[in-house]
Design a protein around this ligand. Structure first.
Ligand SMILES: [Zn+2]
Ligand SMILES: [Zn+2]
Length: 165
């Protein structure tokens, strides 16, 4: 999805809203099932361009515990500082190299959308908070019911038994 900056780039104090859909289906790291809904604004703050974005998408994720696929609505809100390409050399001298460089009056925000979506995911992806996971012996998904395997003895209790004896 590209955002038009032409009305703010050379216009200090200008602020323009935008909205649309971003097709992130080419993203390998995150499997979006439908286009991501995006809205936000671009502002010229004393010559610096700031983009503030809020986006929501539906992704197909894999549970880390039971390995089942599930769909989850995920949303992000973030803002980034944008710097025009020809001003970039000066910016780097200031040590502000975290800015995103653009050329012309359009910026493609797909990449920063994906980065922010990935950063927003928890370290552990679970289909539900109390996912029971897979049986360690037979591999059955225990969310679908018990498998009938012997429960392996918990080694912590063995240690306790030994202490008592
Ligand atoms: Zn699960
Ligand atoms: Zn089992």
């Amino acid at each position: 999805m590209t955002v038009d900056l032409s009305q703010v780039v050379n216009n200090e104090g200008a602020r323009v809203r935008f909205s649309g859909e971003a097709d992130l289906s080419g993203c390998d790291a995150l499997n979006f099932i439908e286009p991501v809904r995006v809205s936000g604004k671009v502002s010229n703050l004393g010559g610096d361009i700031e983009i503030a974005v809020s986006a929501q998408g539906l992704a197909r994720l894999v549970c880390d515990r039971c390995l089942d696929e599930f769909e989850k609505s995920i949303s992000v809100e973030f803002s980034e500082r944008l710097v025009k390409e020809d001003a970039y050399a000066n910016v780097n001298k200031d040590g502000r190299d975290d800015a995103i460089v653009f050329s012309g009056n359009l910026i493609d925000i797909d990449e920063i959308l994906i980065e922010n979506f990935i950063a927003s995911l928890p370290i552990k992806t679970l289909c539900r908070e109390d996912c029971k996971g897979l049986c360690g012996s037979c591999g059955k998904n225990l969310n679908e019911g018990e498998c009938g395997c012997e429960k392996p003895a918990d080694p912590r209790f063995d240690a306790l038994d030994n202490l008592i004896l």
